[in-house]
Design a protein around this ligand. Sequence first.
Ligand code: HEM
Length: 127
Amino acid sequence: MDLNSVTPYEMLGGDAVVRAIVDRFYRLMDEEETYGELRALHEDDLSGVRAGLTEFLSAWLGGPKTWFDRKICMMSLHRPLPITPEVARQWSEAMARAISDQPDVDEKLAVAMTHRLMDMAMSMVNE
Ligand code: HEM
């Protein structure tokens, strides 16, 4: 295998693992009181954001690029939302747990991904 052509998406386990992370993330957000403030910013029906986050993560990791066809800027999308440091912390914690709950993910990749996503969440703080 040509290591130069291996994407983080492939290293992670592809579509099945991206979907499992997104599933776990929104389940945690939906079911645990500790993520209540984050949950309250979302609509009751999470199917749209579920599909959106799956597409975004796939493209971001070097997998299928359908997210880019939609030409949505992630920062502009979140700018109208009241994102406090506490809400960004809730997003980051739920995502860190969703990633670390996946059984067969390379640990270094999991840690690197988690930290970059946390940086992204923190950069969205606007209140
Ligand atoms: C920092 C805390 C965050 C909060 C409070 C938050 C909240 C939200 C909310 C309420 C929506 C629905 C917006 C709408 O439908 O108009 C949304 C959509 C979305 N968020 Fe976040 N988000 C956060 C961080 C992030 C981060 C760090 C990422 C990327 C890694 C992300 C990726 C997405 C995606 C892909 C969508 C769906 C876009 C679509 O397809 O319509 N979010 N977010």
